[in-house]
Design a protein around this ligand. Structure first.
Ligand SMILES: Nc1nc2c(c(=O)[nH]1)N[C@H]1C(S)=C(S)[C@@H](COP(=O)(O)OP(=O)(O)OC[C@H]3O[C@@H](n4cnc5c(=O)[nH]c(N)nc54)[C@H](O)[C@@H]3O)O[C@H]1N2
Ligand SMILES: Nc1nc2c(c(=O)[nH]1)N[C@H]1C(S)=C(S)[C@@H](COP(=O)(O)OP(=O)(O)OC[C@H]3O[C@@H](n4cnc5c(=O)[nH]c(N)nc54)[C@H](O)[C@@H]3O)O[C@H]1N2
Ligand SMILES: [Mo]
Length: 751
């Protein structure tokens, strides 16, 4: 007799959906009824959760078990040996104790960057960090792959942490729909990206807002190498990647020389415009940043720049900048320059005017949902204060003790002996993966908890199988989202997978630190404790929540957090009276020139925004050998590398597609569907050719997310752009990921 089909709703980073089970397997999903534009990502769920690449049992690399030097050079090529859980946990606990006793907690890297899964308790990174904290601490990582350059520069300019800026100090969608006349989008605003948000997004509303912009007759300009970076209805300025700062300078030059600058705003609310103006007009370096000067760099016609600058000055204009622009060498500059340009227009503090960063990047940006804090698993205090800027992982592992600069400080890399990763996939997310592979061979031990045999798991010494959210009970709730979810356990753990919490509890017990880690609570007791505290805090804000058992029964509730009245106009108070409501910058104003940044004395980031040619771009020497600029955006069909195993099966194990302009394809004899080799000095991958005129000539686009799988010659067969990208900090200010600064060549492979 067929098992009874049951269904419950759960949530994820890509939103809520209904899951159908037949007792022990997920058999299908269905969109969440209240979502106006649900993501299709869950369609891969059943195939992915039960995929043959699930890690079945605790697995140890044979060379590591053999001892001595542990055959580190065999990482990624060795066999794995499965062991029973009890024995596995004994070995892991003993190894942690050995490393701590011999080298100290400062030799453990537990930064463990990654998106893991939604769910407030079983958040893999929080679990790992709490466990390592009670073990004596770990070297951590700061900022993110997403926005490291912005997180460094924006506080110098606006005096606001970047995460607060994009959540609280930007125009909300309803305000934009009502007031903005000209929307100038650097890097576009792409609804495929707002499918996701950290912790979940239940109402996918970006597309809906663009329909409202259409009805309002808003003029929109998509400044991006790909027309698809914005919903239809925008004018497309196909900028050369990495040159937006030059284009913004060209626009600024028009404003300055045609008397279109709002002097009053600059005088009252900004500092340092005169220093910048000397650069803009060429007084400080002999080069006037005219539209003609900019056109020769960015590929956008000078007359187009003039017309655009004039209409930006004569209408209510909002400048938006995608996060992708700062994921490049000197990525701090377009962010600072966009703020400078918006200051010159003088519309910051007016409804629907000014500047906004990262609209469309995640679902939470631009929504008018009241913030409700809380529902977090406490991580405790890290006794080790050492950290790295997150994208400097390979530098650290390859150069123990070496000095480096970060946002005005001189620091030294730790000497790492043990790497612990839980909830992230560095062999998806990091740049120059051949270099990362070298770096991963340095430590004595690499431990990974993973549901799947990802490229990172394959390069570890010890892989402990983790459950997915569908195999455990949790509570789901995200900032910028009004919903609260009970996430029921839907199926039994697959294979011998265990929850990260249970794995750490067992390790803690073996290390004699269990009371500090669990505080005597089981997972269910932690859920109740966290929820009850959240419920009390919500009540203090006049929001009534049901008891946990009642939430279990209801499955989800929509909290009264959505309202247009939360959509305050950013910087309105500051604009009104900058003396009474100053910014937290040294001058209290927007810093077009920053004495602090100037004092760092970094040639690549002087005291005001400026154009500095990157090492790799279409105007560089290297373009004669590698004439195509590679952009590597986020994948539209998944979240990063998650569930890619199922999607790869659906593609018939063929690599992902690289988009190329028809002129570039013709010049190389490439046709749609061809198998091609994409390469540069750092590495090579295969990709399927997708010929299109939606991309600028000279640019190719290969999204992230492939599961790295190198053949014997070291060529990745799946289409992972990070085998090609550059592993260099954005600058000494941000030290962020600079993936978009990459040139390649593409050739046809014989089928
Ligand atoms: N070239 C290029 N590279 C990029 C970018 C780019 O634009 N271009 N973007 C960068 C950005 S912005 C980001 S955020 C990163 C994203 O990079 P990551 O966040 O590392 O990517 P994910 O695939 O989300 O990795 C999450 C991993 O956690 C695992 N996981 C999920 N749930 C659990 C759990 O409960 N327990 C455990 N133990 N594991 C779990 C998943 O299986 C998956 O392998 O990529 C970066 N890399
Ligand atoms: N479906 C889905 N959505 C996601 C994610 C995912 O994995 N899947 N990941 C999420 C995460 S972690 C993040 S951080 C955000 C990232 O959000 P973003 O950084 O905004 O997104 P990307 O897709 O990396 O890049 C957007 C576009 O920028 C353009 N671009 C690249 N370089 C340049 C340049 O120099 N100039 C200009 N003008 N344009 C350029 C490219 O054409 C690219 O398509 O997305 C989030 N959303
Ligand atoms: Mo990100």
């Amino acid at each position: 007799m067929a098992a009874k089909i049951e269904s419950r709703v759960t949530t994820s980073h890509w939103g809520a959906f209904r899951v159908f089970t037949d007792g022990n397997r997920i058999v299908g999903t269905e969109p969440f009824a209240a979502d106006p534009n649900p993501s299709r990502i869950p369609e891969a769920l059943a195939a992915a959760v039960h995929h043959k690449t699930r890690v079945a049992r605790p697995s140890f690399r044979r060379g590591w078990l053999a001892g001595a030097d542990r055959a580190r050079e065999r990482r990624g090529r060795d066999e794995f040996v499965e062991l029973p859980w009890d024995e596995a946990l004994d070995i892991v606990a003993a190894e942690l104790q050995r490393v701590i006793a011999t080298h100290g907690n400062g030799s453990i890297f537990g930064g463990s960057y990654g998106w893991a899964s939604a769910g407030r308790f079983h958040h893999a990174l929080s679990q790992l960090h709490r466990f390592l904290n009670v073990s004596g601490g770990y070297v951590s990582s700061v900022a993110s792959y997403s926005t490291a350059a912005a997180q460094a520069i924006i506080p110098h300019v606006f005096g606001i942490p970047f995460l607060k800026m994009y959540l609280d100090d930007q125009n909300a969608w309803p305000t934009i729909a009502r007031h903005t006349q000209t929307l100038v989008m650097f890097g576009g605003i792409n609804p495929k990206n707002s499918q996701v948000s950290m912790g979940g997004v239940t109402h996918h509303e970006t597309d809906g807002w663009f329909r409202a912009f259409d009805r309002a007759g808003m003029r929109r300009i998509n400044i991006s190498p790909q027309i698809t970076d914005s919903p239809k209805g925008a004018e497309w300025l196909a900028v050369i990647p990495g040159t937006d700062t030059a284009l913004m300078l060209g626009l600024a030059h028009v404003l300055e020389t045609e008397g279109l600058v709002e002097r009053d705003f600059l005088a009252r609310c900004c500092t340092g415009y005169e220093r910048f103006r000397a650069y803009l007009l060429g007084a400080s370096d002999g080069i006037a940043k005219t539209p003609e000067w900019a056109a020769a760099i960015c590929g956008i016609d000078a007359e187009v720049q003039r017309t655009l600058a004039r209409s930006m000055a004569s209408t209510r204009t909002l400048i938006t900048v995608a996060w992708s622009l700062q994921r490049a060498q000197n990525g701090e500059q377009p962010y600072w320059m966009a703020a400078t340009l918006a200051s010159m227009l003088g519309q910051i503090g007016l409804p629907g005017g000014g500047i906004g960063y990262g609209y469309g990047a995640i679902g939470a940006i631009g929504v008018s949902v009241k913030r409700l804090e809380g529902l977090t698993f406490p991580q405790g205090e890290n006794p080790v204060k050492d950290f790295i800027p997150v994208a400097r992982i390979a530098d650290m592992l390859l150069n123990p003790g070496a000095p480096y600069d970060f946002n005005g400080a001189r620091r030294n890399y730790a000497d790492i002996r043990l790497v612990y990763w839980c909830g992230g996939n560095p062999f998806h997310h990091h740049q120059d993966l051949n270099r990362l592979q070298e770096a991963f061979r340095q430590p004595e031990t690499v431990i990974v908890h993973e549901p799947w045999w990802t490229a990172t798991a394959q390069r570890a010494d010890i892989v402990l199988p983790a459950t997915t959210p569908y195999e455990r009970e949790d509570i789901g709730r995200a900032m910028g989202d009004s919903y609260l979810f009970h996430m029921p356990q839907l199926i039994a753990p697959v294979g011998e997978a265990r929850n990260d919490f249970d794995i750490f509890s067992e390790l803690a017990q073996r290390m004699g630190i269990e009371p500090a880690f669990t505080e005597g609570r089981s997972a269910t007791e932690w859920l109740s404790q966290m929820y009850d505290k959240f419920r009390d805090d919500a009540r203090a804000q006049q929001i009534d929540l049901p008891e946990l058992d009642e939430l279990r029964r209801q499955n989800w509730i929509d909290l009264p957090l959505r309202s247009e009245e939360f959509a305050a106009v950013p910087f309105a108070g500051f604009r009104e009276d900058p003396e009474a409501a100053p910014l937290a910058t040294p001058s209290g104003r927007i810093e077009i020139f920053s004495a602090t940044v100037a004092s760092f004395d970094y040639a690549e980031c002087p005291g005001h925004a400026c154009w500095i040619a990157p090492d790799e771009w279409l105007g560089s020497q290297m373009a004669s050998r590698y004439p195509l600029h590679l952009v590597s955006p986020q994948p539209g069909d998944k979240l990063h590398s998650q569930m890619e195993c199922a999607l790869a099966d659906a593609r018939g194990a063929r690599p992902g597609a690289i988009e190329i302009n028809s002129a570039d394809a013709d010049a190389r004899g490439l046709k749609d569907g061809d198998l091609a080799r994409v390469f540069n000095e750092r590495g090579a991958c295969r990709a399927r050719i997708h010929v299109s005129d939606d991309i600028r000539v000279g640019v190719v686009s290969l999204p992230t997310g492939a599961w790295l799988d190198a053949d014997s010659a070291g060529t990745d067969t799946q289409g992972n752009p990070n085998i090609l990208t550059r592993d260099l900090g954005t600058s000494r200010i941000g030290q962020g990921c600079s993936a978009h600064t990459t040139l390649v060549e593409v050739v046809r492979l014989d089928p």
